[in-house]
Design a protein around this ligand. Structure first.
Ligand code: S3P
Length: 170
């Protein structure tokens, strides 16, 4: 079983991924951390020194590696499904879950936690709101291809684990 949590920055992929891993016993993989390990740089440093295109390539490489692993829960980065057919591959080799967090909630969470995220770093709040709307408009068509869509901002991990098991039995 391979579960891929997808969604915008701040939608809670890593937090939920860790909780699901504890409930299920499946191994938790944080794709951003895998990227940092492979590049031996922080995400911010990769963007600054190598640029976004190279970051996306490293991200794709790390995603592809997860298809060789099994019994895993992967928290992806906000852009992972949208480049190099990421969502198509996740759906082929696993179950994707889109955390469709409300834009207001995303804004409040991200306004407090911009510094480690190069795509929104150093933005004023007014620009951040616009950036969220712009990026969402581009990304929603990838996110909504997920096999499971969660509409709550803070879904209980036990409830999601139940839904995932029903899905596997189908
Ligand atoms: C990105 C999201 C980040 C990280 C990188 C780019 C994006 O991950 O991969 O900063 O393009 O949305 P999180 O969604 O875990 O913050």
């Amino acid at each position: 079983m391979r579960i891929y949590l997808i969604g915008f920055m701040g939608s809670g992929k890593s937090t939920l991924g860790k909780q699901l891993s504890e409930i299920s016993g499946l191994k938790f993989i944080d794709l951003d951390q895998e990227i940092e390990k492979l590049a031996k740089q922080t995400i911010d440093q990769i963007f600054n020194t190598q640029g976004e295109a190279e970051f996306r390539f490293i991200e794709k490489t790390c995603l592809d590696r997860t298809f060789l692993d099994d019994n895993i829960i992967v928290a992806t980065g906000g852009g992972t499904p949208c480049f190099f057919e990421g969502i198509k591959k996740m759906n082929r080799f696993g179950i994707s879950v889109y955390l469709n967090c409300g834009k207001g909630t995303l804004f409040h969470r991200l306004a407090k936690d911009k510094k480690n995220r190069p795509v929104i770093k150093d933005m004023k709040d007014v620009d951040l709101a616009e950036r969220i709307l712009d990026l969402m408009a581009k990304r929603e068509k990838y996110y909504t291809k997920a096999k499971i869509i969660v509409e709550e901002d803070d879904i209980d991990a036990n409830i999601l684990w139940g839904k995932l098991n029903e899905r596997v039995k189908e």
